[in-house]
Design a protein around this ligand. Structure first.
Ligand code: PGA
Length: 252
C-alpha cells in the first residue's frame, strides 16, 4: 500500500505571472541536483496562461507542469473563455487537478467533474482528483460516506485508472493551517485505498495524496502516515523555498 518515493504537487491556484518563472526555475534546479527525489513525481500546476511559457523556458526539465481545471467539452466550440483538456495537453501540460473544492463551491457538479476526468484521460493527462469533507460534514460523522460518494460518482468503471490519483483534501484544512489528526488521517487514507480498490475491482491500490495546509513544519508529522503517496501543496508551492523545504524535511 506504500510507495517510498513520494509525489510533491504544487497547486498555484490564481497566482503567478511571467516573472514567476524564477520560482519554477529554482525548484527545477534543486530537483535536478538531488538524486534522492524521483524526478517524475514533482509537478507544479499553474494558471493556463503560464503553462507553455514555463514548459518552453525550462531547459533541463526535471519537473512537470500541470493545469488546474478544464472545460468538460472535448472538442472546440462555443464556450467563451474556456479551455479544454486537448488545448492543455497541446501546450505541454502533463497533469490536471480536477474536482477541487474551490471549483465545486463555484457550482461544479459531480456530473461535470466526471466529464472533465473523462476528457482529460482521453488526452492522456494525469488526473489529480480532489475529494474531501467540509467541517460540518466531519462534525456530523460523515467523512467516510462523503469521500466514498465522491469517489463513486465521478469515476467510471471504464476509466483508465493508471492515470488517476486521488487527492484527499479535507475542506476545513485548506488554507487554514490545520491538518487532520494523524491517526485519523491514516485510517482515512487506508479507507480511500481499500474502498477504491473494491468499488472498481482494481488490482492495485490507487495513489492517494494528502492536501490542505502542508508546510515545511507539519510535513515531518505527515511523513508518519506511510500510506500517503504524496502531497498536494497550495500556498506553500508559491515559494520555491517553502516548496523545497517541504521536500527536504519530508526525507530528513
Ligand atoms: P493549501 O491548499 O496548501 O494552501 O491549504 C491546498 C489546495 O487547495 O490544494
Amino acid at each position: 500500500m506504500t510507495n517510498k518515493l513520494k509525489y510533491f504537487i504544487g497547486n498555484w491556484k490564481m497566482f503567478g505571472d511571467l516573472a514567476s518563472f524564477k520560482i519554477i526555475s529554482k525548484i527545477n534546479t534543486y530537483i535536478s541536483k538531488n538524486n534522492y527525489i524521483n524526478k517524475k513525481k514533482i509537478v507544479i500546476c499553474v494558471p493556463n496562461i503560464l503553462i507553455n511559457f514555463f514548459v518552453k523556458k525550462l531547459k533541463k526539465k526535471s519537473i512537470s507542469i500541470g493545469a488546474q481545471n478544464c472545460h468538460h467539452h472535448e472538442a472546440s466550440g462555443p464556450f467563451t473563455g474556456s479551455v479544454n483538456a486537448s488545448m492543455l495537453k497541446k501546450v505541454g501540460s502533463e497533469y490536471i487537478i480536477l474536482g477541487h473544492s474551490e471549483n465545486r463551491k463555484e457550482g461544479e457538479s459531480p456530473k461535470l467533474i466526471e466529464k472533465k476526468i473523462e476528457s482529460s484521460l482521453n488526452q492522456k493527462l494525469n488526473v489529480i482528483y480532489c475529494i474531501g469533507e467540509t467541517s460540518h460534514e466531519k462534525k456530523r460523522g460523515k467523512t467516510y460516506s462523503i469521500i466514498r460518494k465522491q469517489i463513486k460518482e465521478c469515476i467510471k468503471k471504464s476509466f483508465n485508472k493508471k492515470r488517476i490519483m486521488i487527492a484527499y483534501e479535507p475542506i476545513w484544512c485548506i488554507g487554514s493551517n490545520k491538518i487532520p489528526n494523524i491517526n485519523e488521517l491514516k485510517y482515512i487514507i487506508k479507507y480511500i485505498k481499500i474502498s477504491y480498490k473494491k468499488i472498481f475491482k482494481t488490482k492495485n491500490f490507487p495513489k492517494v495524496l494528502y492536501g490542505g495546509s502542508v508546510n515545511g513544519k507539519n510535513v515531518k508529522l505527515l511523513s508518519n502516515v506511510n500510506e500517503i503517496d504524496g502531497f498536494l501543496i497550495g500556498s506553500a508551492s508559491q515559494s520555491s523555498k517553502k516548496f523545497i523545504d517541504i521536500i527536504k524535511n519530508y526525507y530528513k
